[in-house]
Design a protein around this ligand. Sequence first.
Ligand code: COA
Length: 361
Amino acid sequence: MRNAEITGWGKCMPPNVLTNHDLEQLVDTTDEWITTRTGIKERRISHVEASELAAVAGLRALAAAGKTVNDVDLLLVATCSGDSIIPSTASVVQRHLKAWNAAALDLNAACSGFVYGVVVGTNMIRGGTNNTVLLIGTEKLHFVTDFTDRTTCVLFGDGAGAVVLEPTDEPIGLLSSELGMDGSVGHILGVPRDGTAGDPGPIDPRASAIGMEGPELFRRAVTTMGDSAARAVKDAGLSLEDIDLVIPHQANTRIIDATARRLGVDESRVFVNIHSYGNTSAATIPVALTEALEQGRVDPGDNIVFTAFGGGLSWGSAVYRWGERVEPLGESDAELPPPDRTTMELLQANFDFFGLPEKLT
Ligand code: COA
């Protein structure tokens, strides 16, 4: 049977860092609170657009797969903080890459976008429509973050991760998946005014920022990710002992720990890098997968569980069997242009729009 496997992987994290101690200078918070309540120590603030992060991550993934941009016949960009709605962020990424042979579309399932993308990309290959799918999760969440709101501004960060999917006849790749959405509670996480709903007119800056009911999301994230991952493992015909690595969406270490407990997997089999990057939505899993490979945490034939939860409220879990190769075939020399501003200088535009954080007033 024609299957699809991940043959390349890469990430692009912008260099500007915003630490918990920096946030202490802005809002009424502490490194201790953020660390114990979320696991986050620092996050990245991008000086370029989400499409540029995506393009560099994509070039690195293509090099790891031994492919060129001309090979790509489908470009899937999972994002909820992309450059624009029209043209799609995928269109802009295509332009950066000069991937002229690729059909391209955005896929917005918020933090679940990468898991949705793996399922869509795999099935496009299985169906015979595509041969080289470049799937990128990219976010510039600081753009929609209000740094006067301590309940959200400590959580989110920017970054991009990418994978290349190619056909294989081996019994590897996606073994099972479960995707879901509960639109009846979509309002508990979102940016109220980032589309066409409502009348045209002046926009209240607060409505352009991410807002959420944190504790309610927390509760739903734990049950939904744990249960859907368990169902996906069962559907794959595997037991929990067969799972070598869980790569969960990185929203909060307490959510990750509780999900792992609910799933029945000990922490040694769970990949966590949230301390370095915070929640980068659709980018967390491809970035974590790339780092897991770089750190030798993936072995040939490993059974890996991807599980995510996010705005929508969306969720997705997938059981994926790795192939033989865990080393990249090549390396790209693609780099972002160096930033010309400090992290605080980059955030000044947010302060001008949303208002000055209380400690700067
Ligand atoms: N620093 C210090 N105190 C803070 C704070 C911050 N950055 N943010 C909130 N607090 C305060 C609250 O105001 C509250 O104070 P009060 O008791 O005086 O009212 C107290 O801490 C507890 O707030 P609560 O919201 O109950 O905390 P929590 O333990 O639920 O943690 C989150 C808050 C946001 C970290 C947690 O709910 C969470 O991670 N939720 C999921 C969010 C998420 O993942 N969203 C994206 C989904 S993909």
